[in-house]
Design a protein around this ligand. Sequence first.
Ligand SMILES: Cc1cc2nc3c(=O)[nH]c(=O)nc-3n(C[C@H](O)[C@H](O)[C@H](O)COP(=O)(O)OP(=O)(O)OC[C@H]3O[C@@H](n4cnc5c(N)ncnc54)[C@H](O)[C@@H]3O)c2cc1C
Length: 258
Amino acid sequence: MKILVYLKQVPHQDARLDVSGDGTWIKEENIKFEINSYDSYALEEALKIKDQDATSEVIVVSAGPERVVQALRQALGMGADRAIHVRDDSVDATDALGLAKTLANVAKAEKPDVIFMGFMSDDGNFAAIAPMVAELFGVPHATAVIALTRNGDTFIAERELEGGNLEVVELKAPCLIAVQTGINQVRYASLKGIMQAKKKPVDPKSAGDLGVAGQLAAKVAIEKIYVPAKSATAEILQGSADEIAEKLVAKIKELGLL
Ligand SMILES: Cc1cc2nc3c(=O)[nH]c(=O)nc-3n(C[C@H](O)[C@H](O)[C@H](O)COP(=O)(O)OP(=O)(O)OC[C@H]3O[C@@H](n4cnc5c(N)ncnc54)[C@H](O)[C@@H]3O)c2cc1C
């Protein structure tokens, strides 16, 4: 089975984020980055298939500046076979649709049996790329997948719905599966894997290589990013844990919520 995994590199969960000078993004200097948490689970689903069938090939793909090679190398260390780095300023500055067009063209060139992605990114939270890529590539998809089984080229996916409900869908390859966090236990890269990763190829691709040059002008403009002002009515309860609990219950009763 040929498997594509789309990985986004996002600011580390513990990174202190400051808004950039023009107010439309964050300052990226001096912060650490990591693989988007949802995408680590997506990669693990791909590697589980490779564990069962050594003839499977896992290709990891990331779009972004030079720093994303680090995320790709980590994925190669965990067991992916090769990587594609989409490196182009016009891709970095595009919107969700532009990025989806770019990633769908990677799929059109590679012709995978299955694509694994995260349900959403930890930073942008669009949750848009997976359905868009599936539509543009012309394959069925399932999002918010919390359990997955495979029988040949058929996948049975359990999807998380509102209110604790689940939905079970069947997809035939080629298809796209966008996973929810917690679907599996993500493996660590072994020392041997890290050493082997150094020899695995990371193939750079530009917008031109992928046939999207001149098609990526963002139609969604980010007006501003800001930290909401703290509400003047916020009250911090003081005291011991018992006193705080007592005050909290009194407040809840006061508001008629109990
Ligand atoms: C400098 C800069 C300028 C930007 N300008 C704009 C703008 O003008 N307008 C605008 O709308 N947005 C802009 N963006 C945001 C950017 O285009 C978003 O990343 C994009 O819209 C997708 O949103 P998301 O990452 O939240 O995707 P989601 O749909 O939440 O991500 C779902 C999944 O898609 C995959 N994925 C997402 N991104 C990548 C990636 N880079 N490589 C590989 N796989 C990926 C992952 O599997 C991920 O789990 C800008 C970003 C940057 C860094």
